[in-house]
Write a protein that binds this ligand. Structure first.
Ligand SMILES: NC(=O)C1=CN([C@@H]2O[C@H](COP(=O)(O)OP(=O)(O)OC[C@H]3O[C@@H](n4cnc5c(N)ncnc54)[C@H](O)[C@@H]3O)[C@@H](O)[C@H]2O)C=CC1
Ligand SMILES: N[C@@H](CC=O)C(=O)O
Ligand code: NA
Length: 441
């Protein structure tokens, strides 16, 4: 049978991995796919580097559109990243009747609705396993393996760069900037690393998972996004003393009759949970379904070959399914196009979670009682409390101390109002630190 002809746009960290793994495992891959998969042409901004990388094995083009125009090419693999040019190229490839494989979560979280609609109309596949949690087959699990379930919630460490930063800072005491540079060197970080550290990349991935889990449109614009740049070593330490680890989680939750929660933020996770022990650039996603209960997916979420593994799995799927009736394929967002629901993502004020609060207070009698009264009046109950000795906080003879409070669940709006009152107390001396907490049971 004629080999499946691929056009590879973007030959950076992931593109190079795809090229290498396809070459290395060619025989096994074609035994699985039923046809061999051949990279016919590649495009990269620096064509001299592209030539050096592929040798004579594939044609090298400066213009990525030359690949889309090539009638022999059946699949375009988009690995350049970004929102704009990638959108144009993907839509042009679809219009030309080509299947698309992409690792670009930014593109799908923002323009997914338009892209999947165009692909459905044209009867082509847009495959995107690499876009969420890199090499972990989480899209496959959500779309196919868990299809019997009403999915209740998903919580995951879905950004390798930030998990790597948090782990290295905690274990080796290294500075944020030093570890970020290392993550960039290792090929984990996005072209613009603020996407990683500000939580945007994780929010792109959580957005895609929420659409697949609940059969709703991608709603990145409504996601709540908070990164790790404000986290302090003090809070990481206090959290540990209370039996928790702080992880940047992407969370999406069904709230019956109300909507869907979609949020990314640093989160206290009980230290005994497997998720709390996921270290370095590893990713892990916990999915809770009503029938299956809690399931966990763990593996490399970033890096050249782990991500290539997912891209090539998609290429194999496309190769197997290219001649199939589009009606019989797994829908792009798991639910049939006509069965998608217009359920909205809830504003952050409506989110229900529990909290870690740290208050730097004057070490005086009565402070704790005033704090407790404000929380009780707001209907927020306290789960645990830690008060540091003043000496530990400000040195011998200090007149300041830290109150660390863990709350039970409360609506974020109620917590905002209570925090405002707490902050206004004369005995509260610094801005209150608040970090959300999830038990994930
Ligand atoms: N690096 C990783 O661990 C992961 C990356 N991804 C996604 O994969 C995609 C690619 O990421 P990386 O390989 O890390 O990026 P990269 O920056 O290493 O590579 C991008 C490549 O695209 C090429 N390119 C840019 N504009 C181009 C144009 N106009 N025409 C032709 N080539 C062009 C660049 O020359 C470069 O070779 C992104 O969407 C990223 O979010 C997804 C999962 C993991
Ligand atoms: N920058 C991303 C790469 C994979 O999606 C990450 O760090 O996880
Ligand atoms: Na994946």
């Amino acid at each position: 049978m004629k080999p499946m002809q691929v056009g590879l746009i973007g030959l950076g960290t992931v593109g190079a991995g795809v090229f290498e793994v396809l070459r290395r495992n060619q025989e096994e891959i074609s035994r699985r796919a039923g046809r061999s998969i051949e990279v016919r042409a590649v495009s990269r901004r620096d064509i001299a580097k592209a030539r050096a990388m592929v040798g004579g094995a594939a044609r090298v083009e400066e213009d990525p559109r030359a690949l889309i125009r090539d009638p022999e090419i059946e699949v375009i693999v988009e690995l350049i990243g970004g929102y704009d040019l990638s959108r144009e190229l993907v839509l042009e490839a679809i219009a030309a009747g080509k299947h698309v494989v992409t690792a670009n979560k930014a593109l799908l979280a923002v323009h997914g609705t338009e892209i999947f609609e165009a692909a459905d109309k044209k009867g082509v596949i847009v495959a995107f396993e690499a876009a969420v949690a890199g090499g972990i087959p989480i899209i496959k699990a959500l779309r196919e393996g868990l299809t019997a379930n009403r999915i209740q919630w998903i919580a995951g460490i879905i950004n390798g760069t930030t998990n790597f930063i948090l782990s290295e800072m905690r274990d080796k005491g290294l500075d944020f900037d030093v570890v970020l540079k290392e993550a960039q060197r290792l090929g984990y970080a996005e072209a613009d690393p603020t996407f990683d550290i500000e939580g945007v990349d994780a929010a792109h991935k959580a957005t895609i998972m929420s659409a697949i889990a609940f059969g709703i449109p991608v709603q990145f614009d409504k996601a709540y996004v908070e990164g790790i740049t404000q986290l302090s070593a003090t809070d990481i330490r206090y959290a540990e003393q209370l039996g928790y680890r702080i992880k940047l989680l992407g969370i999406t939750k069904r709230r019956e009759g109300e909507g869907v929660e979609l949020r990314v933020h640093p989160t206290l996770v009980p230290a005994k949970r497997l998720l709390a022990n996921v270290e370095g650039a590893m990713n892990a996603v916990v999915v809770n379904g009503d029938a299956v209960g809690t399931t966990l997916y763990y593996g490399k979420g970033a890096g050249s070959e782990p991500t290539a593994s997912a891209v090539i799995a998609d290429l194999v799927d496309v190769t197997r399914l290219a001649t199939s009736d589009p009606q019989h394929r797994v829908p792009h967002l798991a639910f049939q196009h006509s069965q998608m629901r217009d359920v909205s993502v809830l504003p952050i004020d409506h989110v229900v979670t529990s909290y870690y609060l740290r208050l730097r207070v004057a070490d005086q009698a009565g402070v704790l009682a005033r704090v407790a009264t404000i929380l009780a009046d707001a209907g927020i109950s306290v789960d645990a409390l830690l008060q540091r000795e003043a000496d530990e906080v400000g040195g011998e003879g200090s007149t300041q101390t830290d109150l660390i409070i863990l709350t039970h669940q409360a609506r974020e709006g109620a917590m905002n109002a209570a925090q405002e009152q707490l902050q206004a107390l004369p005995s509260v001396l610094q801005p209150i630190v608040r970090i959300r907490k999830e038990e994930l049971a």
